[in-house]
Design a protein around this ligand. Structure first.
Ligand SMILES: [Zn+2]
Length: 234
């Protein structure tokens, strides 16, 4: 009798679990419309998301202690620290390596060779790469701008009367990497900084639109840029 009760109870539990899993599956398949306030003040319905993909919500912090991890940067191995900057770096490179279609970067100061290499590799596998850099920081000898330029990557680095102070990258119009971090070794290994990685459409889409807006704006600026100087130095 006891065995029968246990068997029946187990059966009921199994059915309930299966029902809950089915409901979760149905919910994950449901289309979601996302409303976003766009820059002109309107609210725009922009996205249908089947939410069958894995959601990415990553928060990375960097601190003064990050400098201690420089010792294992050479091996690209991470230590046990939750916020090991090498672990963060490896993740960022993994996201860059996942680019199959587009890779748009708008970064104030870009000197980090490992990150530049990942972007150049994306270009080499025919990903459409566009990069916006601050013109004043591109004059720095450590800037990666020449390496990007030599690879034929589309670049905008125009002389402006304000800073191009953004630090964000969008992969396949789907994954956003943004935060306080300049893409430099010193930012990763010694500053108090943050990075967020997400594929949440409500966050990604405005950045996609902003990148397009900035790219168009810079394309329309006819003032001389340093590309003439770059041509002269190659
Ligand atoms: Zn470490």
């Amino acid at each position: 009798m006891r065995t029968v009760i246990i068997t029946v109870t187990s059966g009921i539990l199994a059915i309930e679990v299966a029902w809950h899993l089915y409901k979760l599956y149905k919910r994950s398949r449901r289309e979601v419309n996302v409303k976003v306030n766009v820059s002109n003040g309107d609210t725009k319905l922009f996205c249908k998301n089947t939410r069958t993909k894995t959601n990415i919500f990553e928060v990375m912090f960097f601190s003064k202690d990050s400098s201690l991890c420089r010792s294992h940067l050479g091996y690209m191995t991470s230590c046990e620290k939750v916020n090991c900057p090498v672990r963060h770096l490896r993740k960022i490179i993994k996201y860059l390596d996942s680019a199959t279609d587009t890779l748009d970067a708008c970064v104030y100061f870009f000197t980090f060779p490992e990150l530049a290499e990942a972007i150049i590799k994306a270009k080499e596998r025919n990903v459409t790469v566009r990069i916006i850099l601050d013109e004043s920081m591109s004059q720095n000898d450590t800037s990666q701008i020449m390496n990007f330029y030599k690879e034929g990557i589309k670049l905008k680095s125009k002389r402006l009367d304000v800073l191009m102070h953004h630090k964000f990258v969008i992969i396949n119009n789907n994954i956003l990497i943004t935060g306080s971090v300049n893409w430099t070794k010193s930012a990763f290994f010694g500053n108090f900084e943050n990075l967020i990685v997400t594929n949440e459409p409500a966050l990604v889409k405005p950045f996609v639109e902003e990148f397009e807006k900035i790219w168009t704006t810079l394309s329309n600026i006819t003032t001389e840029t340093d590309f003439r100087d770059l041509n002269a130095t190659i």
